[in-house]
Ligand binder design. Structure first.
Ligand code: GUN
Length: 295
């Protein structure tokens, strides 16, 4: 079967919208997300547009900060610090990748942890590892939401995570091993020997490599759950844009057959955006001294 992201992301956004309305009634302002986009990476431009559209759906204000490709390190840090101080800004999102001359880790570390709605700062990653209250990065959070939505149990299951990025691979591995999830996780990467062995043993496979069709259906159990995080652009002359989107996972039957697969597009990507909306609301509430549940 296909594990579409459409219904779960809509349900999450609907819930955020209702709570944002309550937030506005209570505090006479909307939650506000600052979206920082430096340069003009075409894929990033699409993601940024989708994030702003989701803000509008969820009654969340967005403050658009578009910066030149050649912005200096000092100017960008100055901008982030200005947003840190800005009382009306609840969340700061710096779209990655940044232009090549900028050090992403350094720029991210300048974001105030309480406004770090991407959950990328060392503080929030530390909260994740120590199972303390913080902001959890959006794609891992979206993956958990989609598993829960379709009633997929993780306790006691073997889960193979492909890819060790700071954005997806490492945080999702940490989340799935928490006491609330109880999975046994193998984190594979480009230097893993015999990845085929771990893949074949996995009840759930999470593909977060960023390479089109790097994992194929022959490599996984016939009834595996496959969460495909990859959104890869491959040349396709039949498309007006000249490219098609492909996931990291390659399967033959359109409906997945015995597999349960998240489609690309229309799967995890939608969940990432919906989780960003939820994080912005969480951050707005905490900045006002309450939790979302108290709205
Ligand atoms: N680039 C690709 N994914 C993401 C994401 O989740 N957040 C940000 N800020 N940039 C990204």
């Amino acid at each position: 079967m296909l594990l579409s992201g459409k219904e779960p992301s809509q349900s999450l956004k609907d819930s955020v919208r209702e709570k944002s309305k309550l937030f506005e009634q209570k505090f006479s302002r909307k939650p506000c997300l600052a979206v920082v986009f430096a340069g003009n990476n075409p894929a990033s431009a699409v993601y940024v547009r989708n994030k702003k559209k989701a803000c509008e759906e969820c009654q969340i204000d967005h403050l658009d900060i578009n910066l030149e490709e050649d912005i200096s390190r000092e100017e960008l840090i100055g901008k982030v610090e200005e947003l840190n101080r800005d009382e009306k800004v609840d969340g700061i999102l710096v779209q990655l990748p940044l232009p090549k001359h900028l050090n992403e880790t350094e720029i991210i570390s300048c974001i105030a942890p309480e406004k770090d709605v991407d959950g990328f700062t060392n503080y929030n990653l530390g909260c994740l590892l120590s199972e303390e209250k913080g902001l959890v990065s959006c794609t891992p959070k979206g993956i958990l939401y989609i598993l829960d939505y379709y009633g997929i149990e993780t306790s006691g299951k073997n889960i193979c995570v492909m890819g060790r990025s700071r954005i997806v691979g490492k945080p999702i591995a940490a989340l799935l091993t928490q006491k609330s999830r109880n999975a046994t996780v193998t984190l594979c990467h480009s230097k893993t020997e015999n990845a085929e062995f771990y893949l074949k043993n996995a009840d759930i496979v999470i593909c977060a490599i960023g390479k089109a069709h790097a994992v194929t259906e022959e490599m996984v159990k016939e009834d595996a759950v496959v969460i495909d995080v990859g959104i890869n652009r491959v040349p396709d002359a039949s498309k007006k844009s000249g490219y098609a989107l492909q996931g990291d996972f390659c399967y033959s039957r359109e409906d997945g057959g015995k597999l349960s697969v998240t489609p690309v597009p229309g799967g995890v990507g939608l969940m990432t955006v919906a989780s960003l909306m939820e994080n912005t609301l969480i951050s707005a509430c905490r900045r006002m001294g309450i939790e979302v549940e108290e709205l």
